[in-house]
Design a binder for this molecule. Sequence first.
Ligand SMILES: [Zn+2]
Length: 86
Amino acid sequence: MSVKASRVAVDGCRWPSKYRHATKDDAFAAIAALERAGRGSPDMSVYPCAGHWHTGHSIEKFKARIQRSLRGGRAKRSKSNRKGRR
Ligand SMILES: [Zn+2]
């Protein structure tokens, strides 16, 4: 038996250290909960893994948002202060 050091968990999970959501709905619910707590991000996304779901920042969403702001909003450089401060 050859034992290879692998970062992939036995069940094929690519992100063993991340929290696993059983269903897509669970993953979306987790994102919604973060948003309600004021810790959400427009770049958060859900993605399927080996029989479960993870949440995380979507690089594609992030890039798309940056591209959009680079093209469109050159005039407005103000940082968004919509973090729900009192
Ligand atoms: Zn996984």
